[in-house]
Design a protein around this ligand. Sequence first.
Ligand code: ADE
Length: 303
Amino acid sequence: MRFDVLTIFPGFFSGFLENGILRRALVEGLVEVAVHDLRNFTHDRHRTVDDRPFGGGEGMVLKPQPIAEALASLGIEPKIVRPAATVESSALYQGMTSVMPTSALNEDWALAPAESRPTVILLSAQGRPFTQALARELASRNRVVLICGRYEGVDERINTLYCDMELSIGDYVLSGGELAAAVVIDATMRLLPGVLGNEASSEFESFGAADSDIATEVDGVPRSQHGAGGLLDYPHYTRPAEFAGLQVPAPLLNGDHQAIRRWRREQQLRKTLANRPDLLEQAKRFGALSQKDLEFIERLDTE
Ligand code: ADE
């Protein structure tokens, strides 16, 4: 899988790409990340990437031209194939002057099957929330292009012309899309086959696959209390068994696999109720909780 990142701060990504799981995945050729400096697609002495907003107001807006040229250098044309005669009359373009000659539009690209077509994403605080489900979806694509916004934003025509989705990593405003792009790359690449040492690990953590999707091992030490099934992960402990006067919970020490499963499940429910009651409600609505789970939650509620 390949990521292309368009940014005015390419240096931001060097530390990120040089450590941990991502570094190993890059070395092993499981994932490729190409970072492109938008200033390389400017044509003035000052390598200008931004300009003042039409209509006035605070801040600066990233100009469309360097981004469009950077995308063209990657072979990415506007996504909308517009017959010449209808360009100006299309609802999408009403009130908008055409910015691309129709000859620049590549029909083959627009008609290519979804898997071979790059997915172009604009990172912005106005985007739809980035979730584990979306990370799974992106992990199934061959190529993802991430456009990092800066300043007040990116000229909206880039979104209109090229982007398949606009993504936000949370309800807060970052000073740019670079951190968000790093988050998207990290969460996505670790789901690729072969990236995590233990293929199963990503299934068993918070927001992992539903319980029913995961083959349980009847014999032997349970790899986990099934999948998180939309709940938060349970707490983990390692040696020593006592630290700073705190003992590792007894069910984890006695080798009773059923007891371990039950304890872990209860911890998931407890943590999800405390930190993300919205997820617990969702799990209830989807019928992902057993009768035992529901009884345990009721007990928690009365605690
Ligand atoms: N750019 C600024 N804030 C952002 C956010 N929350 N998510 C993605 N990109 C952003």
